[in-house]
Design a protein around this ligand. Structure first.
Ligand code: SF4
Length: 82
């Protein structure tokens, strides 16, 4: 069953599902700058150890859990489909 609280329109993501819902068991939202610096293995399961970041608008944030549905790295971060 899809996450009832996280809505997302990025249909090319491995976790996207019908109704524009996210089917990941957890996600990590962070700044674009942080996401670009960190490897795929850094994601929601390691969030408690991460430093906080600052952003000035929604355009400076992103979903780091995104992985393309055709990627061979869908297991790189420990995130599972619900
Ligand atoms: S992991 Fe992120 S980009 Fe992918 S469906 Fe969920 S919210 Fe959208």
């Amino acid at each position: 069953m899809a996450n009832q609280n996280i809505m997302c329109t990025v249909s090319s993501c491995h976790y996207w599902t019908q109704g524009n819902r996210c089917n990941a068991d957890q996600i990590l939202v962070t700044s674009d700058a942080m996401a670009q610096k960190q490897p795929d293995s850094i994601d929601a399961p390691r969030a408690e150890a991460l430093q906080t970041v600052s952003a000035n608008s929604s355009m400076e944030t992103c979903c780091k859990t995104f992985v393309h549905k055709n990627s061979d790295k869908t297991n790189a971060d420990g995130i599972k489909k619900q």
